[in-house]
Design a protein around this ligand. Structure first.
Ligand code: C2E
Ligand code: MG
Ligand code: MG
Length: 725
């Protein structure tokens, strides 16, 4: 054990331990009995004065009274090793060291001071400091004289301090957070290894030696150190002070600092002291979350929520500057077709490409956002009038229309653009979006690949549409859609089937025709629920009508082309057949040509699924569209329904009659059942029957009837005899 530096190296000044009053009186009396004074002094010391031989056992020649308190032995027991020698009292582990120290001092003729342990009479271990020197005694023999004092308490305190130091140092050295002390001016006084690592230094020493001028070399944003100091000076501390900082190699990280001022006894500032935490990862995730919350993942464009902010900012700016703001709703024509036929990867590619093209058409101050699907929105700032907006729109249409290559093929997409203006059309973000949407629908209806500005009239139409949609949702929830059935007869006017036709009477809107509500159901996705409701009723009714009937009564139901875009259509219909307990052979599903407009292959797969199920398939409204012959050849159709327009015209226009004739003979040669719909006059009926038409449907035979009325009609017999029912 090394001696603490504070211990004096010289022999003790004994008089220093006396009270000042006694010291003065001793010095001033003049007549002094020196030996009495010394005895008193020596015996009153806290510790033991001694003289001993320089022998193997340190045999005591004299010890002062202090030996009792120090060792528990009386002077008589120690002197002459009467009871125990000093060598024995000395801790066995310390003996050699003590002896070496004393020997060396004696050889050199110097004083010694040595600290070691002794064992008291009671067996207690004590730390002592022994100071002494070799002297010659009265007979000239070499002896040692000195003083031994108990330093156990001081030693215990020192040890405790050392342990505490060690513990704190451990925390400091091994903390995962960076810990520092700096001067207010920014020089490092201390840094732990974690801080060194964080800032890219090999050791704390390297950091302390190198890092200065913190405002320039540590903090990325200028003035950040100044802000740190300002907070320290005004509040005495900083809490969760987040900054971006440079590492030694110039890379950056985000840190959070907690620090406070350390003051001296007089309140003077000693240093700043604090911790540094690396929060780069949290910052990164935060930024990512913010991005995700505000941007579309596929294209990286702002999403609906960010767009709303931008519109609000744009409105405020336009109001301030007296400019006009244009919001453009874009819907790609035929996106669904590409997505369905080429797959989602190609669809994604298309969207990313269009996003890039839109961005290239605009100025930096404008915004392109994606709301989802193929819906994009442009926010055009700082226009003074409509004419400059129009030139942007033309540029956008042109950019979208440029051919693009997907999956090895060239495609051309168009777009329908709807525009609403601030302040002309509306004054808030929500209405701007709504009005641009309304205008976009009008553009779509006008024939695609064009733009349409919002007008009040458009708004009325849109509002009506919205009302209709809302009412339809309620009607579906309440199962309020009804079904009427229109009979089909064969050439002998025997009823061979009925077509189920949806009917809707709304309490407020009155009777709404299928031509009005079917398109809306298709656009809003309500068509599946509507079709399900119709199929359910029709299948149950058909099952009842066929019970105990000699000639089977087939039920025909219309399927919207939209349904062919979803999955599981065949299974869905099969489930409903099961539910109603109706044989598939009694069912005809009517489809239209537009089923093949999208992914023809997928549609054919669905039709094959239906064939496998056992139901028949009818091509409705044949003769109105392209009516391609190849449909009839390639697709597994059983029935062709000649459209009403051909039937109506055949009496008056020879050309129409020719077409009707051609369709019938075509159907016959392809072995399809040919049905004429919209037969209103006996002349039409006779003509069509004469041409070999198989079945007939129309007002001449019967209007569509409610279920109960049809039940009565069937009960009256299988043949419809009269003119109009
Ligand atoms: P569609 O499938 O071609 O149905 C025939 C339409 O012609 C029916 O009109 C029917 O009432 C009408 N009609 C029948 N005979 C005559 C006639 O002699 N003269 C005249 N002027 N009209 C006649 P409705 O019921 O208004 O249905 C119109 C269209 O709505 C249907 O045409 C069909 O495409 C669609 N539709 C009706 N119900 C449904 C349904 O449940 N689902 C789907 N997807 N579409 C349906
Ligand atoms: Mg039909
Ligand atoms: Mg039809």
């Amino acid at each position: 054990m090394l001696l603490p530096q504070s211990l004096p190296q010289s022999a003790p000044d004994v008089s220093a331990q006396l009270s000042p009053r006694r010291r003065t009186s001793l010095l001033t009396t003049g007549v002094v009995d020196r030996s009495r004074v010394l005895d008193t002094l020596v015996d009153n010391l806290d510790g033991m004065a001694y003289r001993c031989r320089h022998d193997a056992r340190w045999t005591m020649i004299f010890v002062s009274q202090g030996c009792r308190a120090l060792t528990g032995y009386t002077p008589g027991e120690l002197v002459g090793n009467a009871c125990i020698s000093w060598e024995q009292l000395t801790h066995a582990d310390d003996r050699a060291r003590v002896r070496a120290c004393i020997d060396a001092a004696l050889r050199a003729g110097q004083r010694f001071a040595v600290q070691y342990r002794i064992a008291t009479r009671a067996g207690q271990a004590k730390w002592v400091v022994e100071r002494g020197m070799g002297v010659a005694d009265e007979q000239g023999e070499a002896v040692i004289e000195g003083f031994i004092e108990d330093v156990s308490e001081r030693q215990a305190t020192l040890e405790a301090l050392e342990h505490a130091e060690l513990r704190y140092r451990h925390i400091f050295e091994h903390a995962s957070e960076g810990i520092f002390q700096t001067t207010p001016a920014g020089r490092y006084l201390a840094a732990n290894p974690a801080l060194a690592r964080l800032y890219g230094y090999a050791t704390p020493q390297a950091l302390i030696a190198d890092l200065a001028e913190l405002d320039r070399r540590l903090y990325v944003s200028p003035g950040r150190r100044g802000e740190f100091r300002r907070l320290m000076e005004t509040q005495g501390e900083v809490l969760n002070f987040e900054s971006e900082v440079y590492r030694r190699d110039g890379s950056r990280l985000w840190i959070s600092e907690n620090a406070h001022i350390v003051r001296g006894p007089q309140g003077e500032i000693l240093c700043y002291e604090g911790t540094v935490q690396d929060i780069s990862e949290r910052r990164h995730y935060q930024a990512q979350l913010e991005r995700q919350a505000n941007h579309d993942l596929l294209t990286g464009l702002p999403n609906r929520s960010l767009l709303k902010d931008r519109i609000e900012q744009g409105i405020a700016r336009a109001a301030r500057l007296g400019h006009c703001l244009a919001l453009v709703f874009i819907d790609l024509d035929n996106f669904k077709f590409i997505n369905d036929s080429l797959g989602h990867a190609a669809g994604d590619e298309l969207l990313v490409e269009i996003a890039a093209r839109l961005g290239a058409c605009l100025r930096d101050s404008d915004t392109v956002a994606r709301l989802g699907g193929d819906e994009f929105v442009l926010l055009l700032n700082d226009h003074r009038g409509v004419s400059t907006v129009i030139s942007v729109l033309e540029r956008v249409l042109h950019a979208i229309g440029r051919p693009l290559r997907l999956a090895g093929r060239d495609f051309q997409v168009g777009a329908s653009l709807g525009v609403a203006l601030y302040p002309d059309d509306c004054a808030d973000a929500q209405s701007l979006l709504r009005h641009a949407d309304v205008a976009m629908y009008a553009a779509k209806a006008r024939g695609r690949n064009n733009f349409q500005f919002f007008t009040r009239e458009l708004n009325c139409v849109a509002e009506e549409r919205l009302n209709l949609e809302a009412a339809m949702r309620i009607a579906l929830e309440r199962d309020a859609f009804d079904v009427h059935y229109q009979p089909k007869v064969d050439h002998r006017r025997r009823i061979v089937g009925v077509e189920a036709l949806a009917r809707w009477r709304d309490a407020v809107l009155g009777a709404v025709a299928p031509d009005r509500f079917i398109p809306i159901a298709e656009e809003t996705g309500l068509i599946l629920a509507l079709t399900t409701a119709i199929l359910r009723r029709a299948f149950v009714a058909a099952r009842r009508w066929n019970r105990g009937r000699a000639m089977p009564l087939r039920i025909a139901v219309n399927l919207s082309p939209r349904l062919f875009l979803g999955d599981g259509l065949v299974a869905h219909v099969a489930g409903l057949l099961d539910e109603a307990g109706l044989a598939p052979e009694l069912v005809e599903l009517e489809i239209t040509e537009s089923v093949f407009a999208g992914d023809g292959e997928a549609a054919v797969a669905i039709l094959r699924g239906f064939k496998a199920l056992g139901v028949s398939l009818a091509m409705d409204d044949f003769g109105t569209g392209y009516s391609s012959l190849s449909y009839l050849r390639r697709f597994p159709l059983d029935i062709i329904k000649i459209d009403r327009s051909l039937v109506t015209g055949l009496e008056h226009e020879e050309e129409v009659a020719m077409i009707a004739r051609a369709v019938i003979s075509l159907g016959q040669s392809l072995r399809k059942t040919v049905v004429a719909e919209g037969v209103e006059t006996p002349a039409q009926f006779d003509f069509l029957r004469g041409q070999g038409c198989d079945e007939f449907q129309g007002y001449l035979l019967s209007r569509p009837l409610p279920e109960a009325a049809l039940t009565r009609l069937l009960a009256a017999g299988d043949v419809i005899t009269g003119g109009r029912a």
